[in-house]
Write a protein that binds this ligand. Structure first.
Ligand code: MSP
Length: 701
C-alpha cells in the first residue's frame, strides 16, 4: 500500500481556445484517481490549471482584439465552469499569470543562472508555435514539426540556454533505477533512447514577444513557456516559502503522479526532472503518458479543427454518461477512438440496460413484494454466497486495477458484478417466489440485490458523480454515499433490514442515436440539404448548441454563400425570421442593415485571405464544392455552396476571403473548417477576393 498522501496533477492547459473532449479525458481520469484515493482514506492533493503565457496565447488574444490578460481571464472562467460541470474535484487551480507562480519561476531561473546552468548565446533554429517547441533543422520531419506535423518558423535571436546536456547521465541513471518513473513501459523505452541519442542544451528565453515571465536580470527576455509552465507543479505548493505558505510543499512533494498526454512526455521526463535536479528538488515519483482520443484516425485537437465540445455532450447525455464513456471506452495508456455512436451505445447498454435496470427492477420488486422495505433475509444458499463472494472480489479487483492506473479495467470489474446481479434476478425469478409464497427465500434474494447495489454505489463514487448519490438515496440509506469511504464496499451487510426504499425515475433513460441526427463527428450532419453551405453550417451548429450561430448571423447578413431564397427563412440568433431585405432575397442586394454590433464583436471573427489550392465537386451535392485553401501557415478545407456559380478550375489559384474560426461542421460527409465569404443577390453570387495580391493568411479587419 503506497503512502497515505497522494499528490497528482494534470497538464496545465493552454487557454487559447475552448477545451475539448481530449482535455476533458485527462482531467476526468485524474479526477477518478483522486476520488479513488480519497475514498481509500488517503490525503489527496489534486492540481490542475492553465498555462497562460507564450507566443500562441499572445497571438490569439491579439487576433481577438483583446489584451492577453483580458483574453485569458475570460477563457479561464469558461474552463473552470467546464470542470465544475464535469464534477472535477481539484484542490487547487494554478494560473501561470498568478504572482505566486511568477515569483517561483523567476527565482528558479535566477538560481540556475547564478550556478552557471543557464547561459546566454545566439539561438538559430525552428519553432513550432502550436507546440511551443524548439527544433533543430535535423530534427524536422519533411521541414515540419516532428511532433504535430505543422509548419515551423525560423527563429534567430539572442537567448538564454539551459545546460540540459550536463544532467543527461544523471537522468538516465535515475530512469534506469526507477522503473516506475516513466509509464507505461513503451514511453519509458522511447525516452531512454531519446536521451541516449544525446541531449541538446535548451533555449529557455525569447525576445520577440513579451507575453511571459520577464527574466529577472534581463527584462528584454521572457522565460520560455515550457520552463515557466512546468514549474506550476511546485509553485502551486509554495515551494520556496519556508513559512506556513510552504506547508503544502513539505507535505506533498514529490508528486506521486503527473498525468499527461503522450505528446508531452518528453517535456515531463527530460526537461522537468533536469530542471528539478539543477534546482535541488526531488523528482516526481511517476509521469504517466496516456494515449489520445482520435476521431476518424486523427488526434482530436484544436488545430486539426476536429474538436468535440464536452459541454454539448453533457447537454445531450449528462455528466455521468460522459464520464463513464471516457473512463470505460479507452484502455488507459492506449489511443482510443471517439465516436458519438459508441458513447450512446455505452450509455444504452452499460448504464441504462445494465446498471439502471438493475436498480429499477430491484426497487420495483422490493416495493411490490415487500411493502417498499428491504426485507429480513432468510438463510443464505450457495448461489447467494457465490454472489456475495463475487461482490467482494469485484470490488477488491477494481481497487487493484485503480492502483495500477487501469481505470477502464476497474470499471470492467464492477460491471462483472452488475451483470451477475441481473442474471441472478433472472435465475431466482423473485416474482415466482412471491407467487409460491416463499417469503424467506424471496427476502434473501431481494436483500442480496439491495446489498450488491449498495456496494456498487460506494464503489462507483470515484467514477460517477450524481449516480452513486441517487442510488444511495433510492435505496433509502442514511447520509450520503460519498461520506462512506471505499471500505464500506468491502463489508457485506450494510443495508439495514426494514430500510424504506424510494424508487425514482430510471437512472439513465435510453437514447435513440438516430434521433440525435448525429454523424460520427462532433456535429450532426443535416439530413436534408435545402440551402447552401453556410446555411447548413449554421444549422449544424445550432443543433450542436455551439456558439457559432452568433458569428454566422453577422456573416449571413453580409451575404455569405447561403442559397438566397432559403437563407431568408433562416432564423436569426433570437429565433425570429430576419427582415426580408437583410438576406438579399430580392435580387438587388442591400436591404435593411442588420442589428448593430461593437468592434469587439467584430474582432471575434477571424477573417483571412486564403488561396485556393484545389477545388472539386462534393459527390452527390449539386451546389457544393470542396475547396482546399492555403492559409499561409498551413492549409484547411471548406465546403462552399458555390458550385452553381463557379467551376472548380476557375477558383484554383484565386485568393478568397475565409472566415477561419467558424466551428467545423461535417457537410455531406465532408468536413468544413471555415466559410468562404460571398456577396449574394437573388440567384447571383460572387465570392469575395482581394484587390491586389497579398500574402496568404493576411488578416481582414
Ligand atoms: N500547456 C501544455 C502543458 C503544460 S504542462 C506543464 C499543453 N497544453 S494543451 O492545452 O495543449 O493540453 C495538452 C494535454 O491535453 C495533453 O497532454 C492531454 O493531456 C490533453 N489532450 C489534448 N488532446 C487530447 C486528445 N486528443 N486525447 C487525449 N488527451 C488530449 O500541452
Amino acid at each position: 500500500m503506497p503512502g497515505s498522501r497522494f499528490y497528482l496533477t494534470t497538464p496545465i492547459y493552454y487557454p487559447d481556445a475552448d477545451l475539448h473532449i481530449g482535455h476533458a479525458y485527462t482531467t476526468v481520469v485524474a479526477d477518478a484517481i483522486a476520488r479513488f484515493h480519497r475514498a481509500r482514506g488517503r490525503e489527496v492533493f489534486f492540481l490542475t490549471g492553465t498555462d497562460e503565457h507564450g507566443q500562441k496565447v499572445q497571438r490569439t488574444a491579439l487576433r481577438a482584439g483583446r489584451s492577453p490578460q483580458e483574453f485569458v481571464d475570460g477563457m479561464v472562467r469558461g474552463i473552470q465552469a467546464l470542470w465544475g460541470r464535469l464534477g472535477i474535484s481539484y484542490d487547487d487551480f494554478i494560473r501561470t499569470t498568478e504572482p505566486r507562480h511568477i515569483r517561483v519561476v523567476q527565482a528558479v531561473f535566477q538560481r540556475l543562472y547564478e550556478q552557471g546552468d543557464i547561459f546566454k548565446a545566439q539561438y538559430q533554429g525552428w519553432y513550432c508555435s502550436p507546440c511551443e517547441a524548439f527544433w533543430l533543422e535535423r530534427q524536422l520531419r519533411e521541414g515540419k514539426c516532428p511532433d504535430c506535423g505543422r509548419p515551423v518558423e525560423l527563429v534567430s535571436e539572442e537567448s538564454y540556454f539551459f545546460r540540459v546536456s550536463k544532467y543527461a547521465d544523471r537522468l538516465l541513471k535515475h530512469i534506469e533505477q526507477h522503473p516506475d518513473f516513466i509509464q507505461p513501459p513503451s514511453r519509458r523505452n522511447e525516452m531512454i533512447s531519446f536521451i541516449k541519442g544525446g541531449l541538446e542544451d535548451l533555449c529557455v528565453s525569447r525576445t520577440t514577444f513579451d507575453w511571459g515571465v520577464p527574466v529577472p536580470f534581463d527584462p528584454g527576455h521572457v522565460v520560455y513557456v515550457w520552463f515557466d509552465a512546468l514549474i506550476n507543479y511546485i509553485s502551486a505548493l509554495g515551494c520556496l516559502d519556508p513559512g506556513p505558505g510552504g506547508e503544502r510543499f513539505r507535505r506533498y512533494w514529490p508528486a506521486d503522479l503527473h498525468l499527461v498526454g503522450k505528446e508531452i512526455v518528453r517535456f515531463h521526463t527530460v526537461v522537468w526532472p533536469i530542471m528539478l535536479m539543477a534546482a535541488g528538488f526531488e523528482l516526481p515519483r511517476q509521469v504517466y503518458g496516456h494515449g489520445w482520443l482520435v476521431l476518424q484516425g486523427e488526434k482530436i485537437s484544436k488545430s486539426r479543427g476536429n474538436v468535440i465540445d464536452p459541454n454539448v455532450l453533457m447537454d445531450r447525455y449528462g455528466t455521468d454518461a460522459i464520464r463513464y464513456f471516457l473512463l470505460r471506452e479507452i484502455a488507459f495508456g492506449c489511443d482510443g477512438t471517439y465516436s458519438e455512436s459508441a458513447l450512446v451505445q455505452r450509455l444504452n447498454s452499460d448504464l441504462a440496460n445494465d446498471l439502471g435496470n438493475l436498480l429499477y427492477r430491484t426497487l420495483t420488486m422490493i416495493e411490490k413484494f415487500s411493502g417498499g422495505e428491504v426485507p429480513e433475509p432468510g438463510p443464505e444458499e450457495a448461489v447467494d454466497a457465490e454472489v456475495r463472494a463475487l461482490a467482494l472480489e469485484a470490488v477488491t479487483a477494481a481497487a487493484a486495477r485503480m492502483e495500477g492506473l487501469e481505470v477502464s479495467a476497474a470499471l470492467g470489474e464492477l460491471w462483472r458484478l452488475v451483470s451477475r446481479c441481473n442474471k441472478y434476478i433472472d435465475e431466482m425469478a423473485p416474482w415466482a417466489l412471491a407467487r409460491a409464497g416463499r417469503r424467506e427465500r424471496l427476502g434473501r434474494v431481494l436483500y442480496v440485490l439491495a446489498e450488491c447495489l449498495r456496494i456498487l454505489a460506494v464503489a462507483l463514487t470515484p467514477f460517477l458523480v450524481s449516480t452513486p448519490e441517487k442510488m444511495w438515496e433510492q435505496l433509502g440509506l442514511p447520509g450520503r454515499v460519498r461520506e462512506q469511504g471505499w471500505d464500506a464496499a468491502l463489508k457485506w451487510g450494510g443495508v439495514p433490514f426494514g430500510s424504506k426504499v424510494r424508487r425514482g425515475p430510471p437512472l439513465f433513460p435510453r437514447v435513440e442515436f438516430e434521433a440525435q441526427a448525429g454523424g460520427e463527428g462532433s456535429l450532426p450532419e443535416p439530413v436534408e440539404a435545402p440551402g447552401g453551405a453556410a446555411e447548413r453550417q449554421g444549422r449544424a451548429e445550432e443543433a450542436a448548441g455551439g456558439g457559432g450561430a452568433e458569428s454566422g448571423a453577422v456573416l449571413k447578413g453580409a451575404g455569405a454563400q447561403a442559397g438566397p431564397e432559403r437563407a431568408a427563412s433562416l432564423p436569426d440568433r433570437h429565433g425570429e425570421a430576419p427582415p426580408a431585405g437583410a438576406r438579399g432575397p430580392g435580387g438587388k442586394g442591400g436591404g435593411a442593415v442588420a442589428e448593430e454590433i461593437s468592434i469587439q464583436e467584430f474582432a471575434r471573427l477571424d477573417i483571412r485571405v486564403a488561396r485556393v489550392r484545389a477545388a472539386e465537386p462534393v459527390p452527390g451535392a449539386q451546389r457544393l464544392l470542396r475547396l482546399e485553401l492555403d492559409t499561409g501557415s498551413g492549409s484547411t478545407q471548406v465546403v462552399a455552396g458555390i458550385a452553381e456559380q463557379y467551376r472548380p478550375s476557375e477558383l484554383v489559384g484565386k485568393q478568397l476571403v475565409l472566415l477561419a474560426n467558424l466551428k467545423p461542421a461535417t457537410i455531406r460527409g465532408v468536413e468544413s473548417r471555415g466559410m468562404i465569404l460571398a456577396a449574394v443577390a437573388g440567384q447571383d453570387l460572387a465570392v469575395l477576393t482581394v484587390d491586389r495580391p497579398i500574402p496568404d493568411g493576411s488578416r481582414v479587419s
